[in-house]
Design a protein around this ligand. Structure first.
Ligand SMILES: Cc1cc2nc3c(=O)[nH]c(=O)nc-3n(C[C@H](O)[C@H](O)[C@H](O)COP(=O)(O)O)c2cc1C
Length: 358
């Protein structure tokens, strides 16, 4: 058995304790805002972030978020009730603001006593933030730039998520590290959570050291044992490397494509062909521009469900962030969260150690 000198052992133990204390200190505002043990949001993922994964996330001490996606208000109500039945810890709901029944979805959150609503998918309407504020529900919005964040802050948004292009699913054009430098130093009045490309606790320590209140993580939780993702979907994640999580490519500037990061598969190739075909038919006068755009937009309809639930990983969408290379096996949500927190504390301990001996 290797012999560890007692002083070194004591030092590493005390350093780790200092790292944990530092993590507690820098995450205090985020934890207080969420009402959780850890300042970690489980990023809402359509089809995946339902009662089981969300309750497991909240029970682990992090903050689970239900993905409304295309759920109807009735379906959301059932999901919220079922999640409350599985956890006493706080959780939130993510609503896409283009949802045709946005008002009714917000009303469900208010009626059911959801404490936090994440407003995703575009510029947040004032009516939504006013409504949530009046009901005492905290609103969290995405901030793609500093001016947008400032505007939304004046509008009454309580906290922000800034998410870089490394993230899985719909994503923006700027890297997480750059967004953090552009936004974090100038937005200290409200909690700002950072997401996109976070696979280890070291990155959590880094972004929180830069002033983030906490982090939002999606990809790392896809293969959790509590995740209902089809085994084929999980296997695709275990085998994938960072470079396999690619952005959807737009062929023609006249036919915009919303950038989505997903693992490349047969559907990716078919999407090229579908775009080429629609554009050719537009040029031949068979379709007008609107019709051709609609053909392109509809290509991915239902495709995430096809992959996540049905397990068709060739023809469905395998939305994944670049941190997918760090997903190696099935673990419980609690194991993942503990691992991330241990890594964050160790990274902070190392920093404290370097500062004190340097
Ligand atoms: C499979 C999948 C589905 C997603 N669905 C949604 C969604 O419905 N709404 C949303 O706001 N974000 C969605 N996201 C983004 C996540 O909420 C989260 O912000 C992102 O995964 C964080 O970056 P990461 O993947 O690098 O951890 C999705 C991400 C993935 C991987």
């Amino acid at each position: 058995m290797p012999c560890t000198p007692p002083t070194a052992w004591m030092n590493s133990r005390s350093e780790l304790a200092a790292g944990r204390a530092e993590l507690d200190a820098i995450s205090a505002a985020g934890r207080q805002f969420l009402g959780t043990r850890h300042a970690i949001l489980g990023g809402a993922m359509s089809w995946l972030s339902e009662r089981h994964l969300v309750a497991a996330t909240s029970n682990s001490g992090a903050f689970g978020v239900i993905a409304t996606g295309s759920l109807s208000p009735g379906e959301l109500r059932a999901e919220v009730k079922a999640t409350f039945a599985r956890t006493d810890a706080p959780f939130g709901v993510n609503v896409i603001i283009m949802h045709p029944e946005l008002d009714a979805l917000l009303q469900v959150c208010i009626d059911e006593g959801v404490g936090h609503v994440v407003l995703a998918g575009g510029m947040v309407p004032r009516a939504a933030t006013d409504r949530l504020k009046q009901a005492g529900v905290k609103s969290i919005a995405f901030a793609p730039t500093l001016p947008v964040a400032r505007k939304l802050m004046r509008q009454g948004v309580d906290a922000f998520i800034i998410e870089g292009m490394e993230a899985g699913g719909h994503t923006g054009p700027v890297a997480t590290s750059v967004l953090c430098q552009e936004i974090l130093p100038h937005l200290s009045d409200v909690p700002v959570f950072v997401g996109g490309g976070i696979g280890r606790g070291d990155a959590i320590a880094l972004y929180m050291g830069m002033g983030a209140a906490g982090c939002q993580i999606g990809t790392r939780f896809v293969c959790a044992s509590e995740s209902i993702a089809h085994e084929n979907f999980k296997k695709a994640f275990y085998h994938a490397k960072a470079r396999d999580a690619q952005l959807s490519v737009q062929l023609d500037p006249d036919f915009p494509v919303i950038p989505v990061r997903a693992l490349a598969n047969k559907a990716t190739e078919q999407f090229f062909a579908a775009q080429r075909d629609a554009i050719a038919r537009y040029r031949a006068g068979e379709l007008d521009q609107k019709e051709a755009q609609l053909v392109i937009e509809r290509f991915w309809a239902g495709s995430l469900r096809r992959a996540v639930i049905d397990g068709d990983v060739e023809h469905g969408s395998l939305m994944a962030g670049q941190s997918v290379g760090m997903v190696e096996r099935e673990q419980s949500v609690a194991e993942i969260v503990d691992e991330l927190m241990d890594q964050a504390a160790a990274a902070l301990a190392g920093r404290i150690n370097r500062l004190s001996t340097g």
